[in-house]
Design a protein around this ligand. Structure first.
Ligand code: TRP
Length: 359
C-alpha cells in the first residue's frame, strides 16, 4: 500500500442520528467521500452499542436500518463508501482479544471519555467489562482496515490516542509494521465539534432528550427551535444578551452558511454583526429563532427527502448493507491473518513452525 487513503468511522445504533452526529462527523465523511480521493468505510457499531445495552438488544435491532437510512440521507453513497455492520466482521471480535493484552487497567481508567460516560450512566463500580474495554474494540475497528483517517468529533480523541498506543506497542512487540497509526479529522469549528443540546447542556444526546434528529419533520423542527433554551438573563428585547453558551447562536454558527445567511439574515450582513446587536441589546430571541428555523429547514429538507426515497425499498437497503459487510469482512480478514502471523500463532500455515516442530 503506497498511499494510504483509508477512512474508517462509525456510530452506535442506539437511536436515530441527530445534528450532533451530522456536524461532528457525517458532513466530513460526505465531503471526503465526494473528493474521490479516499477509500471510506463507515460502520454501524452494534457491538459497541451492546456494551451498555446487553439487556436491550431490541433497541439496537430497531436502529440498524434507521442509521443506514440516516447515512444515505446525509449523502453517503454506497458506490463510494462501504457501509457495514460491526458484529458481522470476525476481525472485530478477534483483534480486541490480542490487543487487550497490550493495555493495562490503569490506562483504561484514565480515558477521559470513558470516565465521563461512566458518570453519565451512573455505573459507579458496576461497569460492564465490555464497556470498560470498548476503547480497545474501537482500536480494532480502526486498525482492522488499516485506516489512516478517522472523522470524528473531539470527544473521540482519547479513543484515537488509545488506538495509536496499541498500534505502536503491537508493531514494536511483534517486530512488524502491519498496523497503521490513525489520525482524527475534526470539524473546523468548535460549535461543530461539540454541538450543544437544544436545552443548552453540553452535548446533544438522546438520553437527555435535547436532540434535533435528521429525520424530524418540518413541524417538529420548528417546535424544537422555537422552544430552544437561550440566554436566561436576556429578559426584555432591550436587555444586553449573551451569545456565548447560547445554543441559538451555536447552531447558527454550525449551520448558517454564507449563502443561507445571505438569504435569511435580513438586515444583518454577517452572523458577527447579528451577535453584536444581540450582545448590545435590542435584538429579540424570537427573531433569532426564526432565522435559525429557516436555516434548519433548508438544511434538513433535502436530507429528509433523500431519506424518504431510500425508505421506499428496505429490501434493497438490507442487500446493500449485506454487500458492504461482506466486502468489509474480506478487507479486514487480510489484516487478521497478518496479525496472527506476526504474533506467531498461525500454526497450520506457518512454514517455520512446521519446520521446527513438525518435521
Ligand atoms: N465511539 C463512537 C461513537 O460513540 C462510535 C465508533 C465505534 C467509532 N467504532 C468507531 C468511531 C471507530 C470511529 C472509529 O460515536
Amino acid at each position: 500500500m503506497s498511499e494510504n487513503n483509508i477512512i474508517l468511522t462509525g456510530d452506535r445504533p442506539t437511536g436515530p442520528l441527530h445534528l450532533g452526529h451530522y456536524v461532528g462527523s457525517l458532513k466530513t465523511r460526505v465531503r471526503l467521500q465526494n473528493t474521490g480521493e479516499y477509500e471510506p468505510f463507515v460502520m454501524i457499531a452494534d457491538l459497541q452499542a451492546l456494551t451498555d445495552n446487553a439487556e436491550n438488544p431490541e433497541k439496537i435491532r430497531q436502529n440498524i436500518l434507521e442509521v443506514t437510512l440516516d447515512y444515505l440521507a446525509a449523502g453517503l453513497d454506497p458506490s463510494k463508501t462501504t457501509i457495514f455492520v460491526q458484529s458481522h466482521i470476525p476481525a472485530l471480535t478477534e483483534l480486541p482479544m490480542y490487543y487487550s493484552n497490550l493495555v493495562t487497567m490503569s490506562r483504561l481508567e484514565r480515558n477521559p471519555t470513558i470516565k465521563q460516560e461512566i458518570k453519565l450512566r451512573n455505573f459507579e463500580r458496576s461497569i460492564p467489562v465490555g464497556f470498560m474495554t470498548y476503547p480497545i474494540s474501537q482500536a480494532a475497528d480502526i486498525t482492522a482496515f488499516r485506516a489512516k483517517y478517522v472523522p470524528v468529533g473531539e470527544d473521540q480523541l482519547p479513543m484515537l490516542e488509545q488506538a495509536r498506543e496499541i498500534v505502536s506497542s503491537f508493531n514494536r512487540i511483534y517486530k512488524c509494521d502491519i498496523l497503521v497509526e490513525p489520525e482524527a479529522i475534526l470539524p473546523d469549528s468548535s460549535s461543530c465539534n461539540r454541538l450543544v443540546g437544544t436545552d443548552g447542556s453540553a452535548k446533544m444526546s438522546k438520553s437527555l432528550g435535547n436532540c434535533i434528529y435528521l429525520r424530524d419533520d418540518e413541524k417538529t423542527i420548528k417546535q424544537k427551535v422555537m422552544s430552544m433554551y437561550t440566554d436566561p438573563t436576556h429578559i426584555n428585547v432591550s436587555d444586553p444578551g449573551h451569545t456565548e453558551g447560547n445554543p441559538v447562536f451555536s447552531y447558527l454558527e454550525a449551520f448558517a452558511t454564507d449563502e443561507l445567511f445571505a438569504e435569511y439574515g435580513g438586515d444583518y450582513k454577517s452572523l458577527d454583526e447579528m451577535k453584536e446587536h444581540y450582545e448590545r441589546g435590542g435584538l429579540g430571541d424570537m427573531k433569532c429563532k426564526k432565522l435559525l428555523n429557516n436555516v434548519m429547514q433548508e438544511t434538513l429538507a433535502p436530507i429528509r427527502a433523500r431519506r424518504e426515497e431510500y425508505a421506499k425499498d428496505k429490501g434493497a437497503l438490507l442487500e446493500m448493507l449485506k454487500k458492504g459487510t461482506e466486502h468489509a469482512a474480506e478487507v479486514s480478514n487480510e489484516t487478521l491473518s497478518l496479525v496472527r502471523k506476526a504474533i506467531g500463532i498461525d500454526y497450520f500455515n506457518d512454514a517455520d513452525f512446521i519446520e521446527r516442530f513438525v518435521k
